[in-house]
Design a protein around this ligand. Structure first.
Ligand SMILES: [Mg+2]
Length: 362
């Protein structure tokens, strides 16, 4: 499971995981905008050193890190190192080189270093933010002290063997939850949060929903046409042999041609696969449901929304058709297009607020 950058909504997952969760994940400390921290009321930034600001055991501070530290200080933030390094001399050297103090105390996730850092600046937990690359030390320790934390992608694969073998394995379990609680992925978005209309989440979701709708139409259309005209059984068209069976077994079809009698079967197959197509893609892509739980319940709700949409479609298009004056063919076309638009909004909102709504505490 790869690292993903995004905002975390803790309310989306059970409380027992909250201690392990950052409020955000970022690819690099450079993605944290100091001015945004200040704007959100933070005055203190507690910083892990290894694999957050510089590679594990390194002595040289990357130029980009230096630049970021300068920017953060210029924005008015107080900085403090909170590191679990056993090499006190190196920590002193780093602190000197960066020009920022370090906290002393028992190792993270103990609260001691965090509390000492807060005391040093005479600050409350909600004024501080922790930035670090490890869930079981940096993030857990911060949360235990009531401090929000940002999880940063580890700079470098090299790290303490115990970290690599044990902590990172445990982190994989937390990541499953993290992805459930991730509000939106920021990997493919600019660092500065866009606010324009087309960047709003609901707008992007609706665009995806419309694309899924088109693929479902393509699935439906192709299945119908293939079953009706392109499938042969023992040299004869399936719609002929199947239709023959329908004509002789279904009372009111007795007068129909074989292919016409078979059409409802092809239509039902196409429409069913289109519904399954819509469900799968809207679930995974449009609404980004990550957990495998509740797929059954969601499919049930999805069907309820879809059937509601079908009824609404029939009602609205009949009403519009009745109300729109002029050429009957034209009013039927306009009525169908208008009803399709309304029903698309119905289906979208139904899926968003009901079928795929985030569940409360599980
Ligand atoms: Mg670290």
């Amino acid at each position: 499971m790869g690292f993903r950058a995004g905002r975390i909504d803790k309310a989306e997952i059970p409380a027992r995981y909250h201690q392990f969760l950052p409020t955000r994940t970022v690819n690099s400390v450079l993605d944290v905008i100091p001015a945004e921290l200040v704007a959100s009321g933070k005055t203190i930034v507690l910083l892990d050193a290894d694999n957050t600001l510089l590679p594990w055991r390194a002595e040289d501070i990357p130029a980009t890190t230096r630049e970021w530290l300068t920017q953060a200080q210029a924005a008015g933030l107080q900085l403090c190192l909170v590191s679990n390094t056993r090499n006190k001399e190196r920590l002193e050297r780093l602190s000197q080189a960066m020009g920022i103090p370090f906290a002393v105390g028992r190792f993270k996730p103990s609260r001691e270093m965090y509390d000492n850092a807060l005391d040093r600046f005479d600050a409350e937990p909600d004024q501080a933010i922790m930035i670090g690359d490890q869930i079981f030390t940096d993030i857990l320790g911060a949360n235990r002290s009531g401090i929000d934390a940002i999880l940063v992608r580890q700079m470098n694969k090299h790290e303490f063997i115990g970290t690599r073998l044990i902590s990172r394995l445990g982190e994989k379990l937390i990541w499953r939850k993290l992805l459930d609680a991730m509000e939106e992925e920021l990997d493919d978005l600019p660092i500065v949060e866009p606010t324009g209309f087309f960047h709003r989440r609901i707008v992007r979701q609706f665009a995806k929903f419309c694309i899924v709708g088109l693929t479902s139409f393509a699935v439906d259309y192709n299945i119908r046409m293939t079953l009706q005209f392109g499938t042969k059984v023992k040299g004869e068209l399936l719609s002929q042999t199947g239709g023959q069976w329908m004509v002789s077994h279904v009372p009111f079809m007795a007068q129909m041609s074989h292919t016409d009698a078979f059409f409802p079967v092809a239509a039902a197959a196409g429409a069913s696969l289109a519904i399954i197509n819509s469900f799968i893609w809207n679930r995974l892509w449009t609404f980004r449901i990550r957990s495998r739980e509740e797929a059954g319940t969601q499919f049930g709700r999805f069907l309820i929304v879809s059937v509601g949409g079908l009824v609404l479609n029939v009602l609205l298009s009949s009403l519009f058709n009745h109300l729109i004056p002029g050429d009957p063919k034209m009013s039927a076309r306009i009525a169908t297009v208008m009803a399709t638009g309304f029903v698309a909004i119905w289906n979208f909102m139904g899926q968003r607020l009901y079928a795929f709504r985030p569940s409360p505490e599980r």
